[in-house]
Design a protein around this ligand. Structure first.
Ligand code: LLP
Length: 415
């Protein structure tokens, strides 16, 4: 559920007309709804009520400082995967103890900052990375809490590009190898066993895979307990899917119930790292139609947003819902909605039925996650403006880049 709804054929972001916002702030424009973000966070909180837990919002989905500050104010912790993301959450005053650090290739500098900051947990993805962390801690003479990201070899049944829990993926440590590495951690003077972690994929639309992964983690948990190695949390990663079109994913409540049921009475906290489920449907990308172009084989609706603003359709062939900001009572045109970028894959949607004219505004729904955070300056395009709506109030949370921003760090030499 989100707060982008039609009233008399006009799309609203909470209490404000989307087309008015587009006219005021220009396009392409990302609009986020605060009420939707709050609702999603509450849904996760309610799903985990009664069990010790930590909701670590996956910063990669949308790392705008305002979104992070809002999540923090709602009690969220954070899952970060780079020094940049760690610095972003520290910038908004996150409690380091509620921050966990994931990722397959953390550098020595990143591990050093994580240890110095005293973050809640470092999720280790290989034996080599564990040795690096051990050496960082020894050098700093500082402790670190550690989880191993286990690769449970479970098929997340999602798009291959966003599936991460199979043996063939680069992520995590095989369950058979993990036990010996936990013994290694337990014997280290600076490292402390904290959790068992996994993340098997993204945009999962059923409970089966996460239930299967949980069972595998619990088997390891039992083995560790029997060996006297105590784990304080089990982290099931992110991955809960959202509705872009006709998907019908479980609710956060149903999803977490599948995990909690299996965990049962065990005295262990549950961590979860949702990104998409938290922000996707809390954001839309608004774009203006520039031209309608008819060719012998197709109609094209050429808009001012492209793959530089929202790469998911071009990169994964993702289907994202494109809607008119003001519905016209006119015949619909079957068309491909394409951007201005010089790539044939620069499209937002194919074979859509839209009643549109030049200068109309369209909105791509579900664009709050992996939209702006994956945007680029390709074709020397400025990154779009981002605004947050709260009822009838609106705030710019990232100004549109200026042209000077485009070359601010460059040196044209003077040959
Ligand atoms: N934790 C870890 C360790 C992750 O790698 C990810 C996402 C998450 C949590 C959050 O997953 P979520 O709840 O958002 O599914 N760019 C792709 C998605 C890539 C996801 C990468 N990892 C897309 O636009 O579909």
């Amino acid at each position: 559920m989100d707060y982008f709804n039609y009233q008399d054929g006009v799309l609203y972001a909470e209490d404000l007309k989307v087309s008015d916002l587009a006219a005021q702030f220009g396009t392409p424009l990302y609009i986020y709804s605060k009420a939707t973000l709050v609702r999603h966070m509450q849904a996760f909180e309610q799903a985990l009520a009664g069990k010790k837990h930590l909701i670590c919002y996956a910063v990669k989905a949308n790392s705008n400082l305002a979104i992070l500050a809002l999540m923090r104010s709602l009690g969220a912790g954070f899952d970060v995967v780079s020094e940049g993301e760690l610095r972003r959450v520290l910038k908004i005053g996150a409690d380091p103890k509620k921050v966990i650090f994931s990722g397959v290739g953390k550098t020595r500098a990143e591990l050093t900052l994580a240890v110095q900051t005293g973050i809640g947990c470092i999720n280790i993805e290989s034996a080599a990375e564990l040795e690096e962390l051990s050496s960082v801690c020894a050098q700093l003479k500082m402790p670190a809490k550690v989880a191993l990201r286990v690769n449970p070899d479970v098929d997340a049944k999602t798009h291959p590009s966003i599936s991460t829990g199979l043996k063939s993926n680069k992520f995590g440590i095989a369950a058979e190898e993990a036990f010996a590495l936990y013994q290694r951690i337990a014997a280290d003077p600076y490292l402390k066993v904290s959790g068992i972690d996994c993340h098997i994929g993204s945009q999962m639309t059923s409970n089966g895979p996460i239930a299967e992964a949980t069972e595998k983690l619990l088997t390891l948990y039992g083995k560790l307990e029997a060996a006297g190695i105590l784990v304080d949390h089990i982290d099931i990663g992110g991955g809960l899917g959202v509705t872009y079109g006709d998907e019908n994913p479980p609710s956060p409540y149903e999803y977490m119930a599948a995990v909690l049921q299996r965990v049962g009475k065990r005295e262990v906290a549950i961590y979860v790292e949702p990104g998409r489920a938290m922000v996707a449907n809390a954001g839309i990308l608004v774009t203006q139609v520039q031209y309608l172009k008819q060719t012998a084989s197709k109609n094209f609706c050429i808009v001012d947003a492209g793959m530089s603003d929202l790469i998911r359709p071009a990169l994964y062939n993702s289907w994202m819902n494109i809607v008119e900001c003001e519905r016209r009572d006119e015949p619909k045109l079957l068309c491909d909605v394409v951007g201005p970028i010089c790539e044939s894959d620069d499209f937002l949607g194919k074979d859509r039925k839209l009643a549109v004219k030049a200068h109309d505004y369209l909105a791509v729904r579900g664009a709050g996650a992996y939209g702006m955070s994956m945007a680029s300056n390709y074709n020397a395009r400025r990154l779009p403006c981002e605004i947050l709506v709260d009822g009838a109030k609106v705030e710019v949370i990232r100004a549109r880049e200026s042209f000077d921003d485009l070359w601010r760090l460059e040196n044209p030499l003077n040959f």
